[in-house]
Design a protein around this ligand. Sequence first.
Ligand code: RTP
Ligand code: MG
Length: 156
Amino acid sequence: PSVRCLGKERTLGMIKPDGVSGNYAEEIKRIIVEAGFSIVKERLTQLDKETASEFYEEHSLRSFFPDLVSYMTSGPVLVMVLEKRDAVTDWRGLIGPTDAQKAKISHPHSIRAFCGKDSQRNCVHGSDSRSSAEREIKFFFKDVVSDDIASQHDEL
Ligand code: RTP
Ligand code: MG
């Protein structure tokens, strides 16, 4: 039995449609690995309206929700299970604040500062708590759905 999993935590990371279409995925993955995360699973998938709405259902009453769903369905996303000690907090720290314009000033080394555009098109997603991480990992990796563009794979 390996000891390498002791104390580790998992979170869900996602490269949103603007990140994938802008060809930022490889550089973002390099930043992720350099920051000490293992990319345990990854899958490229196209969200439909129903899936995007369910994923962000906590925001369903917000005025930006219809725009958010349009944005999230505008092209493929890359979802990843990321693992390290304190993965949830550390991934949120690495991506930076929601508004990419603000991130460029307050967190210039964050991923959203690097490839985000504004308060909506912010390039990446991160689970905001351990309970969200558990829900979101199950959301994308419990079953392999038939419309996958690339097949799910396990690197462990
Ligand atoms: P995420 O869930 O995607 O990691 O982003 P977050 O926690 O930093 O921000 P959250 O409040 O959960 O918002 C989810 C996503 O909705 C879009 N948004 N647009 N137009 C707006 O004012 C607005 N506000 C939020 C963003 O894409 C945000 O990441
Ligand atoms: Mg959020």
